[in-house]
Design a protein around this ligand. Structure first.
Ligand code: SF4
Length: 321
């Protein structure tokens, strides 16, 4: 059984123009110890999907359908108090900006201690020992338990958030663009650290990013999202070596590679569609260089071939009656 099973998940935002469907029938599974990256442009629904999985959505967003099972447990059926028991202990979330997620008025040690007191019966000694241990794990000197967030660099703050996420040894760590505020060197170092910790501790990672190059060497599988839908899902290596959906190809061409031949970077022309009044047919058709008349009228399904799933009529041609 997968650690995480998401099936046919829908999330809508209430807007003055009507409901905007930010997550549109997403299904995915995550195995124990696996690293699944979700990539796509800003506004494609990837962060909303993470928040829905973690049951952290708030108005004007709401889940309008679907299943989220964690370790066999239906998270959507749990009461807030029951959910709180599972947060940090079983599932923890690392937010995009540690500066916003950490409390600026409390030291790092006090914030780690708060999590321990809320979820364990540990005494002060045990809390201090474990707090020092997790900070060391992310290469922060335990002397910084006394530091306040503003006294740490951006990279250290993100690592402190990861230390907090690992405090109670959860089975799943959900990460929402944790490296986006960092420079390239700090990004790389943080990704290496997450990779090493995952190998050592065995937790699963669900990782959202708009920058495919961040996860290219670290994720096991990759889900490419566009306009609230998963358009391609497969092993990271396979998707990088041979992207099949035209949007994945466009994303790949938009980021530089350190290896291989030099090639000019190209963007994807146009903008994502309205999520309030999406076009009929394929949602990528207005921007797709391969769009046909059938693409503009018939919505493609996400269909699987071996271990790759792709939502495109080019890859899975429509059957002519
Ligand atoms: Fe492009 Fe058609 Fe494939 Fe959509 S279904 S991505 S429009 S080729």
């Amino acid at each position: 059984m997968s650690l995480l099973h998401v099936h046919d998940l829908y999330v809508e935002y209430e807007t003055p123009a009507g409901p905007a469907r930010a997550v549109n029938g997403v299904s995915l599974d995550l195995d124990r110890g696996e690293f699944l990256a979700i990539v796509g442009e800003s506004g494609c629904g990837k962060s909303t999907l993470l928040f829905a999985i973690a049951q952290l959505l708030s108005y004007p967003a709401r889940m309008t359908g679907g299943v989220v099972q964690f370790d066999g447990l239906d998270l959507t059926a749990l009461k807030p108090e029951e959910l709180r028991r599972h947060r940090w202990r079983d599932v923890s979330v690392v937010m995009q900006s540690a500066m916003n997620a950490l409390n600026p008025t409390l030291s790092i040690g006090a914030q780690l201690a708060d999590v321990c007191r809320a979820h364990t019966e540990w005494d002060d000694r045990q809390i201090a020992d474990r707090s020092a241990e997790v900070l060391s794990m992310v290469s922060i000197d335990p002397a910084h338990l006394k530091s306040y967030p503003f006294q740490l660099s951006g990279g250290m703050r993100q690592r402190a958030m990861i230390a907090m996420a690992l405090l109670l040894e959860p089975k799943l760590v959900i990460m929402d663009e944790p490296t986006s505020a960092l420079d390239v060197v700090a990004q790389r170092s943080l990704m290496r650290q997450i990779h090493a910790l995952r190998e050592r501790l065995g937790f699963s990672v669900l990782f959202v990013t708009h920058d495919m190059s961040v996860v290219s060497h670290f994720s096991d599988r990759l889900a490419v999202m566009y306009a609230g839908e998963v358009v391609e899902l497969g092993s990271t290596r396979a998707v990088f070596d041979d992207p099949q959906h035209p949007y994945s190809v466009g994303l790949m061409d938009a980021f530089p590679s350190l290896l291989g031949d030099l090639k000019p970077l190209t963007g994807i022309p146009g903008n994502p569609p309205s999520l309030v009044e999406p076009p009929p047919g394929c949602l990528f058709a207005p921007r797709c260089p391969n769009a046909t008349d059938a693409c503009r009228t018939t919505r493609p399904e996400l269909l699987s071939d071996d271990s790759r799933s792709v939502r495109c009529h080019l890859v899975h041609p429509l059957e002519v009656p």
